[in-house]
Design a protein around this ligand. Structure first.
Ligand code: MGD
Ligand code: MGD
Ligand code: MO
Length: 699
C-alpha cells in the first residue's frame, strides 16, 4: 500500500465511488493522521467535474459508522434474530471450508452451494475476480446476475448489436433530449447537468415516466405514460414518422434491416389512436412528440432501467432502440440513444473470472428466483449452502416473504460478507466483516462514461474487516486450490483485466496501464474524439445493420419485429386480478439511498422519517385516506406499511413507494419487495419489480 502515508501527515488519495450508478465518480480523499477526514469529487475529472451526489458525500459516515461490522460472527439465536457471538477469522474460515467441503462431497455435490452477489461495489476486482474463480473451481451453481440490467441489455443488443450507444459527454450538444423511463436527475446526475447545459443552449428536455419523478418535474414536458406500455408508444411514434414521411430514407436504405416490414406493422397496428388507448397518452401528444423528435436534430434518448422492470421490458428497449435509426439520429455525435457505455470496455474479464474452470453441465440459477431456489423448486440439486457478498437479498430480492422463509431453513448454511448488519446478515450462520472502498484497492469501468479508474486504498482496513478477494484467497488455500489461481494480488488482477499480459492489447485500452492509473487516477478509453458509432452503419449485429427485423429473436420463438408485449399485471392485461388489486405499484430508488445502501446513515434521513406511499387524490378519497395516514399495501404475495402522501405526482391507479428500506429501519413494516413477484422479463431473465398490482388500506 504505497499510497499510505506516515502519521501526522495530510495526504490526498485518488479514489473511485464504488456504487452501482452510471456516474462512477472520481473522488479525492483527504487523510490526516491516518484517518479519512474529507471526501470530494475530483475537480479535474471531466465527467465528475468536482461534485459528488448527496449520499456519497456522506461516504465517510459509512466508513466510520458505529455499526460497522468489525469482527467475524457466529450465529447463536434463531435465524433472523441477528443474535451472534464474535469468533476469530481462523475459526470462521475453517468452519466455512469444512461446511463447503462437506456439501461438495455429499450426495448432491458442489452445485448445492450457491454464491449470491450483485453490485455492492462495482469494482472489477472486488466484484468479479477471485470470487468467480473460487466458485467456478469449487463447481458451485452459477448465478445469473439479472436483477437489474439484463432485460434492457439484451433488448438493446438485438437491435444495435452491442451495448454501445451515444457518448454521454455529447449530451451537452443535443437539441432534443428524451429521458425515457430514466430518473436522470436522481440516478445519473452527472449526465443531468449535461442535459441542463444543452437546455441553456436551447434544447428541450422531455421525460416519459408514469409518475412525476424529480426528473419529470424539472423537464420541459412530462408524458405520464401508463406503466409497461413504452413499446407501444415507440411504435406509435414510428407510425407518425413513416406516415408523415419524416423518416431518413437514405439512412434506412443503407443501414437498416426490415424497414418495409416495420413500416407495414406500425402503419397497420399502431396509429396514434390505437397507441393512445394502450398508453393512456393523448393522441395530440403522441403526434407532437413524434414530430418534434423527428425534426429537431440532434435528438438523443436516455433510456434507463426503470422502464424495463416489466414483463415486456426487453422488447420495449429493443423497440425504442429502433427509433434513432428511423430518423437518422445516429449521424450526429449528440444524437442516438444511450442505455449503457459498458460495451466500450474491452477488459479481459475471461482471464479475470476464469470461466474455463466451470465443470461442464453446471446449472445456472437466476438471482431473481432466489425464493424458488431456496424452496427447492428449481431443477437440479437443493441449495444447501449460500454465500452472500456485495448484496442484500433479504431486502432487494422479489417475493421477499418466500426469500425470508428460505433463509430461515435450518438445513441451509449461510455466509454473509458485509460492511453492516443488514437484513440479510440477520439470517447468516457466519458473518464476515468487509472493507469499504477507502480500505481496499480496485479497478473501475463505468456504465455511464468512458473512463477507466483506479481506486487506491486511503486507510488501512478498520478493525478486522477484509476485502472480498482476501477472503477467497484464504478459503481457496483451505480447500487446497491452486496457489497460482488464487494467491494473486489485487493489483496483479487489475493488470490481467487491463490486458497488460496479453499479446494483443485492444485499441481502446492501449496505453492504459495500472501504473498510469495509479499516477493519474483515471484515463479515457481510446475512442474516436467525435464518437459517432453508427453514422455509417457498422452495427455489431449479424447483418451489420440496425435490425428492425431480427432473425435471432425469431429463432428464439419471439416476434422478429419490434412489438408491444403487455405487462403481466396491469388493469388492462389482468382485469380480474385488478378487481382485487387495482393499483399499480412502482418502487423506484429513493434519491438519498442507493438501492438498500445508505438506509442506515442518519444524515440521509430526517429524524423519525418513515417510508411513504404517494397516492392520487382520487384513490385516496375512495379509500378514505388523508395525508399522514398509515396504510397497508398488499397483494397475494405479502404486505408492507407506509405513511400516505396524497400527491399530484401520481395519477389515478398508480402508487409509488420510493426506496428499499431495511426492515429493521422501519420497525418491521417491511418494504415493497414483500409484494413484488419473481416473474421474469421476456428477454434476459430480468426482474419485474414494477409489474405489480396491489391494494391499499388504512391500518
Ligand atoms: N440516488 C440513487 N441513484 C441510483 C440508484 C439509487 O438507488 N439511488 N440506483 C442505481 C441503480 S442500481 C440503477 S439500476 C439505476 C436506475 O436508474 P433509473 O432507471 O433512472 O431508475 P428508476 O427510478 O428505477 O427508473 C426510472 C424511472 O422509470 C420509471 N418507470 C417505471 N416504470 C416505467 C414504465 O413502464 N415506463 C416508463 N417510461 N417509465 C417507467 C420510474 O417511475 C422511474 O422514475 O440508478 C442508479 N442510481
Ligand atoms: N422493489 C425494488 N427492488 C429492487 C429495485 C427497485 O428499484 N425496486 N432495484 C433493483 C436493482 S436496480 C438493483 S441493482 C438491486 C440492488 O441490489 P444490491 O446489489 O444487493 O444492492 P444494495 O442494496 O446496495 O446492497 C449491496 C450490499 O453490498 C454491501 N457491500 C458494499 N461493498 C461491499 C464490499 O466491498 N464487500 C462486500 N462483501 N459487501 C459490500 C453493502 O453494504 C450493501 O449492503 O436491487 C433491486 N431491487
Ligand atoms: Mo440496478
Amino acid at each position: 500500500m504505497s499510497s499510505l502515508v506516515a502519521l501526522n501527515e495530510t495526504s490526498q488519495i485518488r479514489a473511485v465511488c464504488p456504487h452501482d450508478c452510471p456516474d462512477t465518480c472520481a473522488m479525492q480523499i483527504t487523510v490526516a493522521d491516518g484517518r479519512a477526514v474529507k471526501i470530494a469529487g475530483d475537480r479535474e475529472h471531466p465527467f465528475t467535474q468536482g461534485f459528488l451526489c448527496h449520499k456519497v458525500s456522506r461516504y465517510l459516515d459509512r466508513v466510520y459508522h458505529p455499526e460497522r461490522l468489525t469482527v467475524p460472527l457466529k450465529r447463536t439465536g434463531p435465524k433472523g434474530s441477528g443474535e451472534f457471538t464474535p469468533v476469530s477469522w481462523e475459526a470462521a474460515l475453517d468452519e466455512i471450508a469444512v461446511r463447503f467441503r462437506a456439501v461438495a462431497d455429499g450426495p448432491h455435490g458442489p452445485q448445492s452451494i450457491l454464491p449470491y452477489s450483485y453490485a455492492g461495489t462495482m469494482g472489477k476486482i472486488q466484484n468479479e475476480s477471485l470470487d468467480r474463480r473460487f466458485f467456478h473451481r469449487l463447481g458451485a451453481s452459477l448465478l445469473d446476475r439479472t436483477i437489474c440490467a439484463t432485460a434492457g441489455g439484451e433488448g438493446f443488443t438485438y437491435t444495435i448489436g452491442s451495448r454501445r450507444g451515444t457518448d454521454p459527454e455529447a449530451f451537452n450538444d443535443s437539441r432534443y433530449i428524451i429521458n425515457w423511463g430514466s430518473n436522470t436527475a436522481v440516478t445519473n446526475m452527472h449526465l443531468w447537468v449535461r442535459m441542463l447545459k444543452a437546455r441553456k443552449r436551447g434544447a428541450k428536455i422531455v421525460t416519459i415516466d408514469p409518475y412525476k419523478s424529480l426528473t419529470a418535474a424539472r423537464s420541459d414536458w412530462h408524458l405520464p405514460i401508463r406503466v409497461g406500455t413504452d413499446a407501444a408508444l415507440a411504435l406509435g411514434l414510428m407510425h407518425v414518422i413513416f406516415r408523415d414521411e419524416l423518416h431518413d430514407r437514405d439512412y434506412l436504405e443503407h443501414y437498416c434491416l426490415g424497414t418495409d416490414e416495420l413500416r407495414d406493422r406500425v402503419l397497420r397496428e399502431y396509429s396514434p389512436e390505437q397507441v393512445s388507448a394502450i398508453t393512456g397518452l393523448k393522441v395530440a401528444d403522441i403526434e407532437q412528440l413524434a414530430r418534434e423528435y423527428a425534426t429537431t436534430s440532434p435528438a438523443a434518448i436516455r433510456i434507463n432501467y426503470g422502464m424495463q422492470r416489466h414483463y415486456g421490458g426487453g422488447m420495449a428497449v429493443r423497440t425504442i432502440a429502433c427509433l434513432p435509426a428511423t430518423v437518422g439520429a445516429w449521424r450526429h455525435r449528440a444524437g442516438g440513444i444511450l442505455l449503457s457505455t459498458s460495451g466500450y470496455y474491452p477488459l479481459n474479464t475471461q482471464a479475470l473470472q476464469r470461466p474455463d474452470l466451470i465443470p461442464p453441465g453446471t446449472r445456472t440459477i437466476n438471482m431473481v428466483q432466489l425464493a424458488e431456489a431456496l424452496a427447492g423448486e428449481l431443477p437440479g440439486p437443493p441449495v444447501l449452502a449460500l454465500y452472500v457478498y456485495n448484496s442484500n437479498p433479504a431486502a432487494v430480492a422479489p417475493d421477499q416473504n418466500r426469500v425470508l422463509q428460505g433463509l430461515r431453513r435450518d438445513d441451509l448454511f449461510t455466509v454473509v460478507h458485509e460492511q453492516f448488519p443488514t437484513d440479510t446478515v440477520d439470517y447468516a450462520d457466519i458473518v464476515l466483516p468487509a472493507t469499504t472502498q477507502l480500505e481496499h484497492f480496485d479497478l473501475h469501468t463505468s456504465y455511464g462514461h468512458h473512463y477507466v479508474l483506479a481506486n487506491q486504498p486511503a486507510i488501512p482496513p478498520l478493525a478486522e474487516a477484509r476485502p472480498n478477494t482476501e477472503v477467497f484467497r484464504q478459503l481457496a488455500a483451505r480447500l487446497g486450490f491452486e496457489p497460482e489461481l488464487f494467491q494473486v494480488s489485487d493489483e496483479d488482477l487489475a493488470r490481467v483485466a487491463l490486458c497488460e499480459n496479453d499479446r494483443h492489447v485492444p485499441e481502446a485500452l492501449r496505453g492504459i496501464t495500472l501504473e498510469r492509473l495509479k499516477a493519474e487516477g483515471s484515463a479515457k478509453l481510446n475512442l474516436p474524439r467525435e464518437l459517432t458509432p453508427y453514422a455509417h452503419g457498422n452495427f455489431a449485429t449479424p447483418s451489420g445493420k440496425c435490425e428492425f427485423y431480427c432473425e435471432r429473436l425469431k429463432k428464439m420463438g419471439f416476434d422478429p419485429l419490434p412489438t408491444y408485449l403487455p405487462p403481466k399485471e396491469s388493469r388492462q392485461s389482468k382485469p380480474e386480478l385488478a378487481t382485487k388489486y387495482p393499483l399499480q405499484l412502482l418502487s423506484p430508488p429513493r434519491p438519498q439511498f442507493l438501492n438498500s445502501s445508505f438506509v442506515n446513515i442518519p444524515a440521509l434521513r430526517s429524524p423519525g422519517e418513515v417510508p411513504v406511499l404517494l397516492i392520487s387524490a382520487v384513490d385516496a378519497e375512495s379509500r378514505s385516506l388523508k395525508d399522514g395516514d398509515g396504510v397497508r399495501i398488499f397483494n397475494d404475495r405479502g404486505a408492507f406499511e407506509a405513511i400516505v402522501v396524497v400527491s399530484d405526482t401520481v395519477h389515478e391507479g398508480l402508487v409509488v413507494a420510493e426506496g428499499i428500506w431495511w426492515h429493521k429501519m422501519t420497525g418491521g413494516k417491511g418494504n415493497a419487495n414483500l409484494t413484488t413477484s419473481t416473474a421474469l422479463t421476456d428477454l434476459g431473465g430480468g426482474a419485474t419489480f414494477f409489474d405489480n398490482l396491489v391494494e391499499v388500506a388504512k391500518v
